[in-house]
Design a protein around this ligand. Structure first.
Ligand SMILES: Nc1nc2c(ncn2[C@@H]2O[C@H](COP(=O)(O)OP(=O)(O)OP(=O)(O)O)[C@@H](O)[C@H]2O)c(=O)[nH]1
Ligand SMILES: [Mg+2]
Length: 440
């Protein structure tokens, strides 16, 4: 997919992964390669500079969470930046029929792929259990009628069309007819060829005003690259474009340019066409798209892991640097029980990991449950300053939580051990001696 762009981005990533160290030089080289790939795909120069500057800055400055390397942080940043220029991580919103039929109207210049896309959309809705039908409202191009009719037979959906006449009237009749035959998604194919651009735009305006479709989808051919922006603007002026479908992304050298240019107009790219066949239509989801373009399905997972680790790291630092309270400890142990990241961090400390006292590394469920109860029976000042817990306070806590005084003492001892360990951990971390075992 995205032929050349995908190939050159994958090549850039591969080269970067092959470097013995992901130092500043390697990062800069990766950025240069990415820049070249995006420019060749006709992505707008300013956008390329803006995005690559951001990648560079983040890749070199973003703190590297323990357990990760600069290499991984860089890949995460690259992945996120590419998603950003393609519209961000929000899930695609596909329109579906409500209690009344959904009416979609396709517009676009000649040859952009409207008729093919009408059939593809019919296939898309049909395969999801809806009852789509298609209407040919293109009387300008001879052959448009037969083309859509044939495609409708292929998909197995009702078709309405008239060889001659007024497109607006035909469209109205088509909608009525298809509604009557039980369709709940009605897709209207319109003309792309006309006497002039202005007459085409007028017709689109007239159709939109009169038919009031739930959505006008603009079909754009990816091979035009960043010119797609001008086209989106022109149609937007004539009629309110609700979403955009980019066709011919298969093998389009300038596909990246077309996609990013359209996204930059804040338009919603909803589907992409990836071939001539009716099933070669895909919901456009930037994050899965980028994963596939980069040919690395696990990048999403990696990005999530790096983000999670960064958040956890922050928390640990806060804990260790600030006050490590009893409550923090119980929370941490609960995290350990779920094999939380702190355990991994602890295990990474050379010479410490394997020698963690049994009760620290692998606290039994029952004991932990008791600890949680004990902590709940403590007063705020005790939680913050466990040193003040004397014998009589211990007795009170034991009574309040139904445990033996000995068990309260045990909790306090563990807390002391843990506090010391946290200090050691912090010192090691400051000296940069935490190893980074995560490799891809
Ligand atoms: N490779 C590829 N070809 C496509 C795709 N979508 C459409 N085509 C081809 O592009 C050509 C034009 O497609 P049409 O669907 O006829 O375009 P149109 O917008 O209806 O054209 P007019 O009705 O003349 O305005 C056809 O040969 C299609 O097979 C796609 O996603 N990938
Ligand atoms: Mg057509």
């Amino acid at each position: 997919m995205l032929g050349k762009l995908g190939a050159s981005l994958r090549e850039a990533v591969k080269k970067f992964l092959g470097k013995p160290v992901a130092d500043e030089l390697a990062v800069r080289e990766l950025i240069k390669d990415v820049q070249r790939a995006l420019l060749l795909a006709d992505v707008n120069v300013e956008l390329v500079l803006k995005i690559t500057r951001r990648i560079e800055e983040k890749a070199l400055r973003e703190p590297i969470p323990s357990g990760f390397t600069r290499r991984e942080v860089t890949l995460k940043v690259l992945y996120e930046s590419l998603i950003e220029i393609l519209g961000g991580e929000k899930p695609p919103a596909i329109p579906y029929p409500s209690d009344k039929p959904l009416i979609l109207m396709l517009v676009g210049i000649q040859g952009s792929g409207k008729t093919t896309t009408a059939a593809k959309l019919a296939w898309f809705y049909k395969s999801r259990g809806y009852r789509p039908g298609v209407v040919c409202a293109d009387t300008f191009r001879p052959g448009a009628y037969d083309q859509l009719k044939q495609l409708s037979v292929k998909v197995g959906v009702p078709f309405y069309g008239e060889r001659d006449g007024n497109p607006l009237e035909i469209a109205h009749r088509g909608i009525e007819e298809l509604k009557r035959s039980g369709c709940n998604v009605i897709i209207i194919d319109t003309a792309g060829r006309h006497k002039s651009e202005s007459t085409l735009m007028e017709e689109m305006q007239e159709l939109t005003n009169s038919l009031k479709p739930d959505e006008v989808a603009l079909v754009i051919d990816a091979t035009i690259g960043q010119q797609a922006k001008a086209q989106a603007d022109a149609f937007n002026r004539a009629t309110k474009v609700g979403s955009i479908i980019i066709t011919k992304l298969d093998g389009a050298a300038k596909g990246g340019g077309a996609l990013s240019a359209v996204v930059a107009t804040n338009a919603q790219v909803r589907f992409v066409g990836l071939g001539e066949k009716v099933e070669e239509l895909e919901v456009f989801d930037p994050s899965s798209f980028v994963s596939r373009v980069l040919g690395m399905g696990d990048l999403k997972l990696l990005a999530e892991k790096v983000r999670e680790a960064a958040v956890e790291e922050e928390r640990v630092k806060r804990l260790v640097g600030g006050r490590f309270t009893l409550k923090d400890m119980v929370e941490q142990f609960e995290g350990l029980r779920r094999m939380g990241p702190l355990r991994k961090i602890l295990e990474m400390i050379p010479g410490l990991g394997l020698n963690l006292p049994e009760e620290v590394a692998d606290v039994a469920q029952g004991k932990l449950d008791k600890w949680s109860v004990m902590v709940k029976s403590m007063r705020r000042e005790e939680l913050e300053n466990p040193e003040i817990i004397n014998r009589s306070r211990m007795r009170r806590i034991a009574r309040g939580s139904g445990v033996k005084v000995k068990e309260v003492k045990e909790l306090l001892d563990s807390y002391e051990t843990m506090k010391k360990m946290m200090k050691t951990l912090m010192r090691k971390q400051k000296k940069g001696r935490l190893p980074l075992p995560f490799k891809i």
